[in-house]
Design a protein around this ligand. Structure first.
Ligand SMILES: [Zn+2]
Length: 409
């Protein structure tokens, strides 16, 4: 038997609606601040303008790119009995051998050949084992040139459980996990609404948010997501990207300074004294002048630091070194590449030569924008702060809003 499914691909579009005014009062009741909790607030008077101008009709689906498979490779996918859908055609089939991507079609090792794109889900909505992890929802297999993209289509709240496990982990306080859940939901929602890629909204790595499917122990992550169900950070009627990093080192920095482009007021940077005790709050890195010269292709090893140019928030932009009888200006990116992963941020507090070794010290871990995870943990655990007051601290001026229309009980 030979089964060849061919179809035209229809882009899945999620239903977005303009916010009905009737729900404005309910949503405004969720405005951050005033010491109120996330639930049980008294409704405020109706207002003309809800926090979000456009909301989803229901819990949205996040499209997460899990892998790009080159031609000739097998997929590390286990399905058992599964449903495959291509366009309007569906079939219930059984997988007994690994699938192989030829660069044009998917071969199932027996007699079937699938033409992409197609969607697979397991029977009874069981999680799908792929590449050592379990994924809820469905997997979309789409080609672009000779690359096969594996994309997980997963409901937002289930996706967030996996993000919390990968980005924070179970050792963090409940209030810290809740604050992270709102930030991560905002990040993903903003990505869904602004993604320019036709096949995925976010990647599963640090270029978006790390996601490895369902957590092995779901309880605490499920609770943190459930306590904040549907809530995102909003500013100016739009979802604010809930950017975060491991440790700011003393102050967060403007988004535009780190990534270019405009800086929304809630991402302008703030003082954070809370992460000072974290073991990643400071760092020290060394690099031999000879290795520096070789990695940067300099004519001879540098011998002296002549000048440092810093941003307003204190991050290093450029350094000028003496190289022989000349000078050489290096961007902070080039410098960090030479130092390797021990230079954990662009916040250099000193840079000098000790003999023929260049020694740098610095503060923080990560890009320095938005929510500081170690500061969040300290605020929750040592200062008893609520998720709302933590979010207000790192995103001043943002409000909390529901991302989708109220659900019937
Ligand atoms: Zn901090």
């Amino acid at each position: 038997m030979s089964l060849k499914i061919r179809s035209t691909w229809k882009q899945v579009r999620q239903r977005l609606v303009r916010h009905p005014r009737a729900t404005a009062a309910l949503l405004l009741a969720l405005v951050v601040g005033g010491g109120a909790g996330l639930a049980g607030l008294a409704p405020l008077p109706p207002v003309a303008r809800p926090p979000l101008e456009v909301v989803f009709a229901e819990e949205p689906i996040v499209r997460v790119r899990l892998a790009e498979v080159p031609a000739g490779e097998e997929l590390r996918l286990t399905l058992g009995t599964y449903w495959v859908t291509a366009g309007r055609e569906s079939a219930r089939l059984s997988m007994s051998r690994p699938w192989r991507w030829t660069g044009q079609d998917l071969e199932d090792g027996e007699s079937r050949v699938f033409t992409l794109p197609l969607r697979v889900r397991r029977e009874n909505s069981e999680p799908i084992p792929f590449d050592g992890h379990l994924y809820s929802g469905s997997l979309e297999l789409v080609s672009r040139g000779r690359l096969l993209f594996v994309v997980n289509h997963v409901p937002m709240e289930t996706y967030l459980e996996g993000v919390l496990e990968a980005e924070m982990g179970g050792r963090f306080h409940d209030a810290a996990l809740s604050a992270q859940a709102v930030a991560s939901r905002s990040y993903a929602a903003n990505a869904i609404q602004t993604s320019r890629d036709a096949i995925f909204d976010v990647t599963n790595d640090q270029f978006s948010q790390v996601y490895r499917g369902l957590p092995r122990r779901r309880d605490r992550f499920q609770s943190a997501v459930g306590r904040t169900r549907g809530l995102v950070l909003a500013h100016g009627g739009k979802v604010l990207p809930g950017i975060f990093m491991s440790c700011c080192g003393g102050n967060t920095r403007p988004a535009g300074e780190a990534f270019g482009g405009p800086t929304p007021p809630p991402l302008a940077g703030t003082v954070c004294t809370f992460c000072a005790g974290a073991n990643v709050a400071t760092w020290k890195a060394r690099c031999s002048a000879r290795a520096l010269a070789s990695s940067l292709r300099l004519p001879s090893p540098p011998t002296e630091v002549l000048d440092l140019r810093q941003s307003e928030s204190g991050r290093l932009i450029e350094v000028t070194l003496r190289v022989g009888a000349n000078t050489k200006a290096l961007t902070v990116k080039e410098l960090r590449r030479a130092f390797g992963p021990l230079a954990r941020s662009t916040w250099f507090t000193s840079l000098e030569f000790e003999g023929d070794t260049m020694v740098a010290t610095g503060r923080g871990f990560g890009h320095g924008v938005g929510l500081c995870q170690h500061g969040t943990e300290a605020q929750a655990r040592h200062h008893g702060r609520s998720p709302e007051s933590i979010l207000t601290h790192y995103f001043p001026g943002a409000v909390l809003a529901s991302l989708w229309l109220p659900e019937s009980p």
